[in-house]
Design a protein around this ligand. Sequence first.
Ligand SMILES: Cc1ncc(COP(=O)(O)O)c(C=O)c1O
Length: 474
Amino acid sequence: MEHQSLPPNGRTEADVLEDLQSFAAQDPKYKEGRLWSLVYHLDEGHDAFLSKAYAQFSSANGLNPSVFQSVKQMETEVISIVAGLLNGGPDSCGVMTAGGTESCLMAVKTYRDLARKTRKVRRPNMILAETAHVAWFKASEYFGVKVKLLPIGKDHRPDLRKLPKLINSNTVMVLGSAPEYPFGLIDPIEEMAEIAQGQDVPMHVDACVGGFILPFMEMNGTVMPPWDFRVPGVTSISADVHKYGYAAKGASTITYRDLDTLKHQMFVYEDWPGGIFASPALLGTRPGGAYAAAWATLQKIGTEGYRELARQTSDAVEQLRQGIEAIEGLVVIGDPKGPLIAYRSNDKDLNIFAVAAQMELAGWSLNRTQKPDGIHAMVTAQHLAVVPEYLADLRKSVDIVRSNPGLANSGSAATYGMMSHVPLRGMVKKRILDVFAEMYRAGGAELDLHASGSPSLLERGMSRYVAWRVKRSR
Ligand SMILES: Cc1ncc(COP(=O)(O)O)c(C=O)c1O
């Protein structure tokens, strides 16, 4: 395949920007509330504000905090605001990162190195609930920290009785989530932290989702079990400004109870010919624009603004919850207290992935869960306006699936059903890897990635795999 070449003489800005607009036209209609993950959109006015804040610092580099002091000042102020929101004590400290995943990776590196230094742990492990975000499993692979899985009980929350026995002398950290991603449930942080602290093991709370909404829901009167630094055994918390903080993408935080722990996150190399090098997190160059947009957003929205956004989000969640539970055959998974919910079918004749497929035909962009199979909704303030339409389409989708049982075995419903239930998980992993890697060929995949309105490349790749398995099993 011939590679694309650079335009020989460059192109006009207007021409290039027009192309960008046409690229954007392929994306889900998130500005109209049709997308239920990935994006936290307020309105066009806020997007314009983010762009202005970002643009002022788009060349600024937070790599060396003594050069771009502006970026360091914004980072320091963001961390201080976060520490206050999370009820951190006087020794609170922290670092801005490029996203939730970087914050999670950093926590694992910190606690691995802390245990190596203070307890000579050479074969580290960490305790993760099955519902921990996938970033933690990534961190396990990247940093060689074995996962000890804390199973989920009937209420879909970590089974506390199993926790004490999982901790051993090689355990470097315990993780709790507030809330976890799959079902939006807040782990029993107080109880987990008490067990961890009793065995002298640090505990990180992943509040990448909850960090910028749970504190405001609590201020609004929602009764919430404690999950932040008020809980004595909690030693660090990650909170994303680019999620419910409504900042531009590329801004998360990791905050620690004390500096001695944070030191293990840092990297210093004093003998490099390029100069003495110190870095607080994973990235080298750190995007000043993202930090500026995060700082600016916190200043613009303020406490009352976030409370109002939290109020609208809670209303949307409540309306969705009631609407979903009023539909025969659907139930919300567990008892979510935050902004994120998932629901499943409790009727063997109603296939939830077929319902998801119908919803997508109606123009909604949804995520699916597995174990149990379900539909996921990351609810934001913006969704309040579209809840009635969403519920109307959900009722219609359920009716269509009930009157066409064959839909469960066709299209994306069959693919997702197969992917979540086929027992050979190693095969699924390998096949996904093959199809996924294909997407990263220079010049694009052999399959047409940009065909709009058609299933994703991953879906198409997987449906071929499903067809192949079905044929083999005959
Ligand atoms: C609980 C939780 N932790 C971590 C992450 C990772 O965040 P990011 O996608 O910003 O890397 C997510 C993302 O949704 C999440 O839900």
